[in-house]
Design a protein around this ligand. Sequence first.
Ligand code: UGA
Length: 435
Amino acid sequence: MKICIVGAGYVGLVSAAVLAHWGHEIVCVDKDEAKINALLGGELPLYEEGLQELVEQNMKKERLVFTTDFTQALVNREVVILAVGTPSSEDGHPNLSYLWSALRTLKLQIKQDVTLIIKSTVPVGTCALISQFLNKDSNYDVEVISAPEFLRQGSAVYDFQYPDRLVIGYKTEKARVLIENLFQPLNCTKVFTDWDSSEMIKYASNAFLAMKISYINTIANLCDAVGGNIKDVAYSVGLDRRIGSAFLNSGVGFGGSCLPKDTRALVALGEANGVNVSILRDVLVVNYEQRLRIVNQLKESLGDLRGKNIAILGLAFKANTDDVREAPSITIISIINKLGGQVRVYDPIVNMENLQRNLSFYPATDHYETFDGADAAIILTDWEEFRSLDLERIRQLMNTPLIIDGRGIFEEKKLENQGFLIPQKISPEQDLISA
Ligand code: UGA
């Protein structure tokens, strides 16, 4: 098929690369000139495993083209996929300005009937509004389909090709047939439903994942207070097939551009419609407090942080990505900065220069440099390479052998046996510090 993809962010780029790999002819358009120029020069604006190779191969085969020219991008395109960002606004509702700006341009440029697939995460009712808007006073028929995306950053190329399910909100048989053809290579359950349900499924899924994480973090905090090994608890709870073992890793909590944003969006939606969403509000509160707990553990163990050297291992909000949006590391470094601590940071791929504009830290070039002379170390990203660190070498390098493991990478017993100090547990009556 001849497809135009609007938006060269991580959803747009991954969709473009994989659909081209499946043999479709893709034009990917974005109004960000710097981004498109970089892509044309073979440089990707983000790190995603396997994406660079796929983009290069398909550009060579001329099945994947990048442009900033919307008019050109739409020529002879029977399918348009919208994959622009819908970040949080101040009030928690998603900001749909990029989406509507793209739709206004689209309306002006359409010269034939098209099928428009909405991959951006949008509130319930948006596809209906889009369809009304594009078909009103138009000579061309625009068939709108909702196809929310469930890609995880770090494994997006794999997830696009091997999803757990494909969710499609549609109106007509024609739309259903097009989707069956477009996603024919996928061997997964395909759920065909209405627009509103499809839009809600995306939010409900992300908020549920967020809830699982805040739930297990609450149980972890209870274990700290009264006893119990959270790893054994989470593992055994997860063996119940009704619960499932995924997303039960306790620690510093969730970050990224999706789980916090989509949970906030449901809270805002509930508040706007008089629905009690306190369960979701608590998910966000618990998540933020996990960050504060880490700083409190640090203070409990070291006392006054002024002049203390704190090693931070991992900036990215999770492993295998260079994304730091809403990452726990940002909050924690900024509080340590305020409390007068000196921060030294290591992350294998995050670009630190940009972050140094707002945060004060020394960027180390390898793990061991980070630990050298540190009074404490905090692990904030579950990078695989952290698992094979030489603990004996680290203990000798550190000023005080204290590791606060915000990602549950090391067994506490193992650290203790290797001569590390165990961070002070936070008792329930202790106030969490305010940021
Ligand atoms: C999330 C969803 O998992 C995807 O299905 C969805 O498509 C995507 O948002 C989106 O809406 O675009 P992502 O933000 O890439 O994907 O990250 P996750 O793998 O969900 O992890 C989110 C955060 O939760 C990370 O900070 C991770 O470290 C944390 N996490 C995850 C935990 O703290 N504990 C866990 O057990 C699992």
